[in-house]
Ligand binder design. Structure first.
Ligand code: PNS
Length: 163
C-alpha cells in the first residue's frame, strides 16, 4: 500500500497500543497523519491540544517526514478528504472492538466510497489495554508507565495530582 493514511482517534491519552498501530501503519503507507478528534459528545480527560502534544512528543523519534500529528473537528471523512488521504487506519484488539469498528467502517464507506478503512491488529502485548482502563487505574494511583508513552505517563501523573 502507498499514499497517505489518516489514523483517527480520541487518544485520551495515547497508549503503547496506539504507537504500535502507528509503527505498523508506517510500514504500509508512505505517510501517516495521526488525527486527534475533538469530540464534544465524549467526555475527555485531556484537551485536544494536550493530546496532540503527548502524541507529538511520543512520536518525535519517528521519521518526521512520514508521520504528523494533527487534530480535527466534524466528520472524519471530510477531514480525510481535505488531507488527500486514501485510507483510514484503525487498530483492532479483538471481538469487543469489532462491532463498533465494523459499523464505523461501513458508515464511512457510505459517506465516502473511495476511502478505504484498513484495520491492523494491535501488538499482542497491548491487547488488554485501552485509554479508558489506563485512566481508571492511573486515577487510583496504579503504575501505568509500562503501558503508555512517557509523555502520557507524565501528563496523567500531573492531572491526577491536581484533581
Ligand atoms: O479512539 P476512538 O474514540 O475510538 O475514536 C473514534 C473516532 C474519533 C475515530 C470517531 O468517533 C470519529 O471518527 N469521530 C469523528 C466524527 C465522525 O466522523 N463520526 C462518524 C464515524 S462513522
Amino acid at each position: 500500500m502507498s499514499g497517505l493514511a489518516v489514523y483517527p482517534g480520541s487518544f485520551d491519552p495515547p497508549t503503547l497500543g496506539h504507537l504500535s498501530v502507528v509503527d505498523q501503519g508506517l510500514a504500509l503507507f508512505d505517510r501517516l497523519v495521526v488525527a486527534v478528534a475533538h469530540n464534544s459528545a465524549k467526555a475527555s480527560l485531556f484537551t485536544p491540544g494536550e493530546r496532540v502534544a503527548m502524541l507529538r512528543e511520543a512520536l518525535a523519534g519517528r521519521d518526521q517526514a512520514r508521520v504528523e500529528v494533527d487534530s480535527f473537528e466534524g466528520l472524519l471523512v471530510t477531514y480525510a478528504r481535505s488531507r488527500g488521504a486514501t485510507a483510514i487506519l484503525r487498530g483492532l484488539r479483538g471481538a469487543l472492538d469489532f462491532e463498533y469498528e465494523f459499523q464505523m467502517a461501513l458508515f464511512n464507506r457510505h459517506l465516502e466510497p473511495g476511502l478505504q478503512s484498513v484495520y491492523l491488529m494491535t501488538d499482542h502485548r497491548w491487547l488488554y489495554i485501552s485509554s479508558t482502563i489506563v485512566k481508571e487505574v492511573a486515577a487510583h494511583g496504579a503504575d501505568i508507565e509500562a503501558l503508555v508513552p512517557a509523555s502520557a505517563a507524565r501528563a496523567l501523573a500531573e492531572k491526577f495530582r491536581k484533581v
